[in-house]
Write a protein that binds this ligand. Structure first.
Ligand code: LLP
Length: 406
């Protein structure tokens, strides 16, 4: 079970001040998660590159940057955020299957540690970009080790047939191309198997294939520096991050065996359990046998239940008397899939009651939108037992149209 990092009184005060819906994060929990990674991987002293996509708020990224983490970015926008948040450029890596020449140039200009390349055409463009800038681009190749992580199909990436990475055979050609180029320096090998992975076994399979491949590269005279095993360590909704020590037991000896520095890209596990979405009960209604609680938070704020069928636990702030009943927690958006939770058993909340949707720190705000012209929620960082600060203002109606022309 999850420790309560959001005392009722504190949430009440925050909601009263900022209104709802509001995302609330615990700074202590985020740094504790980083520490848990450090401790588990201590013998290797890896570079822990926080996957910004999970939650890229500047305050959260800044907290991790100050704590010595690096960043994994997948767009020019994320690179911009990472630099602004204070991550040292040599602790930033750039992943993603479709970088543009502009994004590549931005990364090279910024002096990041390396770019993870995912196709020959991308590598060729990187070479041309580096040549134009008269520098040598540090590259790592993302291999697709064809391992099934047994997770949701939308977040499985390390199987052949997905758009991600290249086969080992293809990777061999990419490394040879890079090694022969005056503008490319092959420095790493990368894989990312998927997200919400609960077992170390897929990593074990991928790591051993990677080690064999790296030995083969050495025979060809190509010596790498980094083994980047991506992110993906899962956290069940409603639970704390499981210790990543099982992962460390596999990755640390493997990296040592080939003399490479280990790089990790955790996203979800760093922030998921550290965040919750507070919403307010607007109305209760019945539709045949089904009971609905309509809240002021919706799928535009948290899309994971609608998109992946994710089951985020719901914690009411006020404990109403009465037996638990089956409830569907829905928002005001005009879609049947607009559910924050379906079939949860709770005493019927009263109008105005605050509900906390737990485990919403990762891919919550980051995937939010203005769908139905709903201004995006506010975000708050809890920094002590009673202290907190606003880290993103609630958007206004004006924000909805600022970029539009009549
Ligand atoms: N590295 C790369 C290259 C990635 O593509 C990802 C996530 C990560 C690291 C971080 O993975 P994590 O540790 O967070 O599992 N929106 C989905 C998750 C998508 C993950 C995409 N890639 C969700 O809400 O479950």
């Amino acid at each position: 079970m999850m420790r309560n990092i959001f005392p009722d009184k504190l949430v009440e005060r925050i909601a009263a001040k900022t209104g709802t819906p509001v995302y609330i994060y615990s700074a202590d929990r985020i740094t504790a998660n980083l520490e848990a990674y450090r401790k588990a991987f201590a013998p290797a002293g890896p570079l822990i590159c926080y996957a910004m996509k999970a939650n890229s708020n500047c305050a959260i990224a800044g907290l991790l940057a100050r704590s010595g983490a690096g960043a994994d970015v997948v767009s020019g926008g994320e690179l911009y955020r990472a630099l602004r948040a204070g991550f040292r450029p040599d602790r930033i890596i750039f992943s993603g299957v479709g970088k543009t020449a502009e994004e590549m140039a931005f990364a090279l200009r910024s002096g990041i540690r390396f770019l993870n390349v995912e196709s020959l055409e991308e590598l060729e463009l990187l070479e041309r970009t580096a040549a134009r800038m008269r520098l040598k681009a540090p590259v790592s190749v993302r291999v697709n080790p064809d391992v099934d992580p047994h997770t949701h199909k939308f977040i499985t990436t390390g199987k052949i047939g997905s758009k991600f990475g290249v086969s080992f055979a293809e990777a061999g050609r990419l490394y040879s191309f890079a090694a022969a180029s005056g503008y490319l320096e092959p420095v790493g090998l990368h894989f990312h198997l998927g997200s919400q992975i609960y077992s170390a076994r897929p990593y074990a399979l991928a790591v051993s294939a990677a080690v064999r491949f790296i030995r083969g590269l050495e025979k060809k005279g190509i010596r790498l520096k980094y083994l980047d095993i991506g992110g993906g360590w899962g956290v069940k909704e409603g639970e704390d991050m499981p210790s990543p020590s099982a992962l460390a037991r596999i990755a640390v000896p493997a990296a040592k065996s080939v003399g490479l520095e280990l790089i990790l890209e955790p996203g979800r596990s760093m922030v998921a359990a550290a965040g919750a979405l507070a919403v307010k009960t607007l109305y209760r209604k019945k539709s045949g046998p089904k009971r609905y609680v309509i809240t002021d938070g919706a799928m535009n704020d948290l899309i994971r239940p609608a998109l992946y069928g994710a089951e985020h636990p719901v914690r009411p702030l006020v404990k109403r008397p009465g037996p638990p009943v089956r409830l569907n927690i829905a928002g005001p958006v005009c879609e049947s899939s607009d559910l924050l939770a379906s079939g949860v058993r709770l005493p019927l909340p009263s109008r105005g009651d605050i509900l906390l949707i737990l485990s919403a720190g990762a891919y919550g705000f980051a995937m939010s939108s203005q769908y139905n012209s709903r201004p995006r929620a506010a975000e708050v960082l809890v920094t002590g037992r009673r202290s907190w600060r606003l880290i993103r203002e609630r958007e206004t109606y004006r924000d909805l149209i600022t970029k539009e022309k009549r």
